[in-house]
Design a protein around this ligand. Structure first.
Ligand code: URA
Length: 430
C-alpha cells in the first residue's frame, strides 16, 4: 500500500476503502506508518469527514489492533452477572463514574469500566482516582474478573494489549489539534468499549462549551454514530445527551472531585451531580435488565458507599486516607459593587484554568497535581454578594495563578439584582 496515496485520497475528499483503512491502522500500530503520516491522515479526516462505512471500518480496524477482554460467564452466588458500562465523551467536573460504578454494582450489575486520563481541558477518571493514596489503575484481566464477581465494579486502565492503536492515535490527536471530529471520537471510544466486552453500554454524550463538540446537532450525530457502531457489534447501546455548558457540581480537579463523589455516595452532594448519576444508573440498569431496582435508594442506604470502599481497597487504595490538598489557595471574588445572580460559568474556561493550575497536563507526560483544581462557590442560578466569593483556585504552583485567572476572564456571568433571568453580563471579580 502507498502511504502517501492513502493520505492524499482522503485529503482530496475520496472515500477510503476498508483495505486502505485496515492497512493504515495496522501499519501505524506496527510502526510502519510514521507519526507524521498518521497526523496528516487524521487532519485530512478532521477536514473531510468519513462516511458511516469508513467510520465503522476505522472502529473495527482499531479494535482489531489488539486483543479483546473476556468477561463472559461472570457469576455471583451461582447466578449470571449482567455486565454494563458507561462512557462519557468528556467534560469538566465530570466525576460521575466515581459514584456511578459502585452504585450500579450495589444494584446488582457488574461494571467493568476501562477509563482514561485527562484529555485537553477535560478531566480523566484515572487521574482522579490516583489522588487516593495507594490506588492502582492497572488491574490484570484475571484480577479484573475476580473483582467484578466479588465487588461488582472495576475502574481501571485498559491493559497494553487492548486497542493499542487508540492509545497511540489518542496521544497524537491531543498534540495535533485533531480531537474534534465525529468519526475519530466515535471510533476511539467505541473501539475501546467494544473490546472491553460488556453486554450493554450507556453513552453520556456531552454538549456545550466544555464538551469536545459544543453544538447540539454535532453531539446528536456523534451519539447516533456510536449507537449504530454498538448495535452493529451486537452490544445494547443507548445514549443520553447531557449539558456541559457549566462544570458539573462544585469541584473541578482530581482530589476535589473524589471528595465530591464521596459526598454523593454518602447521600449528599450537589443536586446536578446526584441527578445525572441516578439518571445514568437507571439507563444502565434498564440495559442490564435490572430496572426494578431504584438506584436513588442505594445512595442513601449506605450500600453504594460500601461498594465504593471495597472497590477502592481491592485496587490498593485506602478509602479512609486523607486526600491530598494543594499548598496554595487563591480566591476569585465578585466586584465590590456587584451583587446579583450568577447567570453562567463557562465550562471550557474553568477546564482550561484547572489544567493550568496542575489538574491536567500542559505537555504529554506531565505529572498531574492531585490537590490542584477549582472550587465553585456560586453556580449558575445562585446569588452572589457584592465582593462575595466565586471560585477558589487550588495549586502547588502559585506562579500559575495569574495565567489561570487570565483563562477565567469573562467566564462568570453575573446579572446585577436579586433574581436570575435573561440579559446577564460577563463580570469577573478580583
Ligand atoms: N474520549 C475518547 O476516548 N476518545 C476521544 O476521541 C474523545 C474522548
Amino acid at each position: 500500500m502507498d502511504p502517501v496515496g492513502v493520505i492524499a485520497r482522503k485529503r482530496d475528499g475520496h472515500e477510503l476503502t476498508d483495505a486502505e483503512i485496515r492497512w493504515a491502522v495496522g501499519a501505524y500500530t506496527a510502526g510502519a506508518f510514521a507519526d507524521v503520516q498518521m497526523a496528516a491522515l487524521l487532519m485530512a479526516i478532521v477536514l473531510r469527514g468519513m462516511t458511516a462505512r469508513e467510520t465503522a471500518s476505522l472502529e473495527s480496524a482499531m479494535r482489531a489492533s489488539g486483543s479483546t477482554a473476556d468477561l463472559t460467564g461472570l457469576r455471583r452466588a451461582g447466578a449470571r452477572l449482567p455486565t454494563v458500562d458507561k462512557h462519557s465523551t468528556g467534560g469538566v467536573g465530570d466525576k460521575i463514574t466515581l459514584a456511578l460504578a459502585p452504585l450500579v454494582a450495589a444494584c446488582g450489575a457488574a461494571v467493568p469500566q476501562l477509563s482514561g486520563r485527562a484529555l485537553g481541558h477535560t478531566g480523566g477518571t484515572l487521574d482522579k482516582l490516583e489522588a487516593i493514596p495507594g490506588w492502582r489503575a492497572e488491574v490484570p484481566m484475571p484480577a479484573m474478573r475476580r473483582q467484578l464477581e466479588d465487588v461488582g465494579a472495576v475502574v481501571c486502565a485498559a491493559g497494553g494489549e487492548l486497542v493499542p492503536a487508540d492509545r497511540a492515535m489518542y496521544a497524537l490527536r491531543d498534540i495535533t489539534g485533531t480531537v474534534e471530529s465525529i468519526p475519530l471520537i466515535a471510533a476511539s471510544i467505541m473501539s475501546k468499549k467494544l473490546a472491553e466486552g460488556a453486554d450493554a453500554l450507556v453513552l453520556d454524550v456531552k454538549v456545550g462549551s466544555g464538551a469536545f463538540l459544543a453544538d447540539a446537532a454535532s453531539a446528536r450525530e456523534l451519539a447516533e454514530t456510536m449507537v449504530h457502531l454498538g448495535a452493529d457489534a451486537g452490544v445494547r447501546t443507548t445514549a443520553l445527551l447531557t449539558a456541559m455548558d457549566a462544570p458539573l457540581g462544585r469541584a473541578v480537579g482530581n482530589a476535589l472531585e473524589v471528595a465530591e463523589a464521596v459526598e454523593v455516595l454518602a447521600g449528599g452532594g450537589p443536586p446536578d451531580v446526584v441527578e445525572l448519576t441516578t439518571a445514568l444508573a437507571r439507563e444502565m440498569l434498564a440495559a442490564a435488565g435490572l430496572d426494578a431496582v431504584d438506584p436513588a435508594v442505594r445512595l442513601v442506604d449506605g450500600s453504594a458507599m460500601d461498594r465504593w470502599r471495597r472497590m477502592i481497597a481491592a485496587q490498593g487504595g485506602d478509602p479512609d486516607a486523607p486526600l491530598p490538598v494543594a499548598r496554595h489557595v487563591d480566591t476569585v471574588c465578585a466586584e465590590p459593587g456587584v451583587a446579583g445572580v450568577v447567570t453562567g460559568l463557562d465550562a471550557r474556561a474553568v477546564g482550561d484554568a484547572a489544567r493550568i493550575l496542575g489538574a491536567g497536563r500542559l505537555a504529554p507526560g506531565d505529572a498531574v497535581t492531585a490537590g490542584a483544581g477549582i472550587e465553585i462557590h456560586a453556580r449558575p442560578g445562585e446569588p452572589v454578594a457584592a465582593g462575595g466569593r466565586l471560585l477558589s483556585l487550588h495549586t502547588d504552583a502559585p506562579e500559575r495563578i495569574a495565567a489561570a485567572r487570565e483563562a477565567l476572564a469573562g467566564a462568570v456571568g453575573i446579572r446585577p439584582g436579586a433574581s436570575a433571568g435573561a440579559g446577564g453580563r460577563d463580570e469577573l471579580g478580583s
